[in-house]
Design a protein around this ligand. Structure first.
Ligand code: ADP
Ligand code: ZN
Length: 524
């Protein structure tokens, strides 16, 4: 259905036979001068949606992208295909900038990549007025959303493009957008009248799995040895320190792994990235600084050793697996401490109260995905506004449906300790101390505060410590307790009272002894 000219460009320049779902329609719409808002998962093929119209239409396609570090690579790749492309960002010196500006003004460029902060400069507007603009492509358009997870204030300036150049079509693209974010992108960029193209967000070849963290290193090793021996993959950690530690651990265990985080110098980072792209079967252990715009088709697994801050982030990171369509694994291990740490980061972080509330909502959605007893994929797609799917048969909850149990009494036990400790307001008591009390352990702290005389002391002997940690984690995820950020003190919530009064039943996932945990014991 795509126009012959677009198809001809696809074949001649890019060497592909046919458009993927959606591409042809989007391209025709933009070639005809229409505005478009494109939602397509990572790896779906968004770039061609503006690169081809930019070549078919008269003038230069202006691409606004926050990924400054990748512009050089993107432009090199286009030039290698014979496309006239250039970029302007802060990495260029005066002379280099001049050359690109002259090429644009002379009409010699098909594509010009710009960092959003360029629009702060009056000179950018003047420059753009000197050439002919084929279209504006606003890449990573979710960056305009304050509600989203990757807000960039400079994106707000892009709302003015339409008034300034009313005849130039605009195409905004993103891989991460819930219905709310999509509406926000449309309103902030003045794209209400634009045609929305929403591709399916399903990545059927990715198997989603989320399990409680018992011994992260052993669990990871088990996954790699048993299912991904010799495969390329990404292991995400929250901190630089943890990146270093885990890269070393894998290497010591015979799995070639490279660290990647913002604390490494630029040369090391670039070297590790390019080795990962070029060599077979390398594992990269990274903070989320790694991966934006990385196009490696045969990443066989993405493992998270810490809880992502949002479902959007999780989806984007796991989406780097299996771009070639072959079976791949998205695996996440998370524990109670993750929840405590993230709450701390949110409460102690920047931004106003509204911002913190939004971040807390993001975290809650992520926790809900972790604790669901339904199909992970159905939940995930639901989150992105694709409702009504059937259980997928290719996620952990479909493959081995979790048992649930009535945890009302256990929840009441935890809450009864919290209520009593709450009376000693000046003291700070975290999960560990509460579990000690439940188990009837006379720890130094228990003795010091005379907590062995509390009524609930020892009432939790029916569960093991790990099980109590699971209970506390699931209570947090269900909003039945809260955590105070400074010291990790556990607190009651409004909903706790209903549980204590016996008006509310609490169901939880049963945490079976996982194979990974068993293997960990034997492999030591
Ligand atoms: P996105 O920006 O949506 O993450 P890209 O535009 O980087 O995805 O495309 C992902 C990969 O798919 C790239 O390697 C690209 O060359 C390839 N690709 C895109 N469109 C097609 C197509 N019609 N046929 C074959 N490969 C394609
Ligand atoms: Zn499923």
């Amino acid at each position: 259905m795509a126009s012959p000219e677009a198809l001809e460009t696809l074949r001649r320049v890019f060497g592909y036979d046919a458009f993927r779902d959606g591409q042809g329609e989007i391209i025709d719409h933009v070639v005809d001068g229409g505005d478009a808002l494109v939602l397509m998962p990572t790896g779906g093929g968004k770039s061609l949606c503006y690169q081809i119209p930019a070549q078919v239409r008269k003038g230069t396609g202006i691409v606004i992208s926050p990924l400054i570090a990748l512009m050089q690579d993107q432009v090199d790749a286009l030039r290698a295909l014979g496309v006239q492309a250039g970029f302007l960002n802060s990495t260029l010196d005066h002379d280099e900038r001049r050359v690109v500006e002259a090429q644009f003004a002379a009409g010699e460029l098909d594509l010009l990549y710009l960092a959003p902060e360029r629009f702060r400069l009056g000179s950018t507007i003047e420059l753009l007025d000197r050439g002919t603009i084929a279209l504006f492509a606003i890449d990573e358009a979710h960056c305009v959303s304050q509600w989203g997870h990757d807000f960039r204030p400079d994106y707000l300036m892009l709302s003015g493009l339409h008034e300034r150049w009313p005849d130039v079509p605009r195409i905004a693209l993103t891989a991460t957008a819930t219905e709310a974010t999509r509406a926000e992108i449309a309103s902030r960029l003045g794209l209400e009248q634009a045609k929305h193209f929403v591709a399916s967000f399903d990545r059927p070849n990715i198997q989603y799995r989320i399990e409680p963290k018992t011994d992260a290193k052993r669990q990871l090793l088990h996954l790699l040895r048993n299912e991904h021996q010799g495969d390329a993959g990404i292991v995400y950690c929250l901190s630089r320190n943890s990146v270093e530690k885990h890269a070393e651990f894998l290497t010591q265990n015979g799995i070639e792994a490279l660290p990647y985080h913002a604390g490494l110098d630029a040369r090391t980072r670039a070297e590790h990235q390019s080795r990962f792209l070029r060599e077979d079967g390398l594992v990269i252990v990274a903070t989320i600084a790694f991966g934006m715009g990385i196009d490696k088709p045969d990443v066989r697994f993405v493992a998270h050793l810490d809880l992502p801050k949002s479902v959007e982030g999780y989806y984007q990171e796991t989406g780097r697996a299996g771009r070639d369509g072959l079976p791949s694994t998205a695996w996440l291990a998370y524990g109670l401490q993750d929840v405590v740490n993230l709450r701390k980061m949110i409460d102690g972080g920047e931004g106003d109260a509204a911002h913190r509330r939004r971040q807390a909502t993001h975290l809650d959605s992520m926790l809900a995905l972790c604790e669901t007893v339904e199909c992970r994929r159905v939940q995930l797609l639901n989150y992105f506004g694709q409702a009504g799917g059937e259980p997928c048969g290719n996620c952990d909850t479909c493959l081995s449906p979790p048992q649930t149990w009535d945890a009302t009494v256990a929840a009441q036990k935890v809450l009864s300790v919290i209520v009593r400790l709450d009376r000693e307001r000046r003291q700070k008591f975290g999960a560990g101390h509460i579990i000690d009390i439940l188990l009837g352990k006379k720890s130094a702290k228990v003795i010091q505060f005379d907590h062995d005389s509390l009524k609930p002391f020892g009432v939790g002997a029916d569960l093991r410590e790990a099980e109590w940690r699971g209970v506390v984690r699931q209570l947090l995820a269900q909003g039945l307790i809260a955590v105070e950020s400074d010291h990790g003190t556990l607190l009651q919530t409004e909903a706790s009272a209903e549980v204590l009064r016996g008006e509310r039943k609490v169901m939880m996932r049963r945490e079976a002894e996982r194979p990974a945990a068993k293997a960990a014991k034997t492999s030591k």
